[in-house]
Design a protein around this ligand. Sequence first.
Ligand SMILES: [Zn+2]
Length: 284
Amino acid sequence: MRIFDPHIHMTSRTTDDYAAMYAAGVRALVEPSFWLGQPRTAPETFYDYFDGLLGWEPFRAAQHGIAHHCTLALNPKEANDPRCLPVLDELPRYLVKDSVVAVGEIGYDSMTPAEDAALAVQLQLAADHGLPALVHTPHRDKAAGLARTVDVVRESVLDPALVLLDHLNETTVDAAADSGCWLGFSIYPDTKMDEHRMVRILRSHGGCLDRILVNSAADWGNSDPLKTRAVGDAMLAAGFTDDEVDQVLWRNPVAFYGLSGRLDLDVVRPEPTHEGNSLLRGGE
Ligand SMILES: [Zn+2]
């Protein structure tokens, strides 16, 4: 089973996770920029983080045979902090980089006017750069959050066929499917969506099988980087074919992020060091 995790925050994960993901079949992933838990206090800290997603993390992933791409953006939560807003002016300098395959994650956290503004600006940035957009939908008040997200996408210049609506569940899948956007589902160990509920949605929405993506959204919270594999296994146990599993876990993410024209799935053997640093902490 070949797996492409289209949304995972490897900066928060360990080397063991990379090894376990490779053993489970993960050969490619996309790491969206996001909130770090600890609020940032200055825009410059974003730029070091973006550079890490463009440099160090792909270097680390390549040691484990996994192709790493990223999406960059000012995340919804920190769009509410005026100290972070200068990031919006610097983003164009980053969005031209080769391994940036979308603008994201953008969208709503608490649905504030500041989030409205940042979302609209960044959908425009995606259109200006010929990039798709990864849109986070809120974990609270999901139906209202999804409706408002779809309205803003419709008002933007970005084609819904270039938008992935993420963190969907049973309450939002129908409205999201009607929007013409791609449909993303994050599978968590104990809350929100699990692999068995995911299989039921895949069954009831078989007509959307060519635009459904499944991710682990693993980060610093309670999460599991092997949840993509768990969905593949649950699909097979429920009678889906190998080809259908490959479509959801590999071909759909390749098709969506391929819209950027920048997806390169060859894992080249990494240089022994990145900017003079190795994984060996000084020893060779
Ligand atoms: Zn995320």
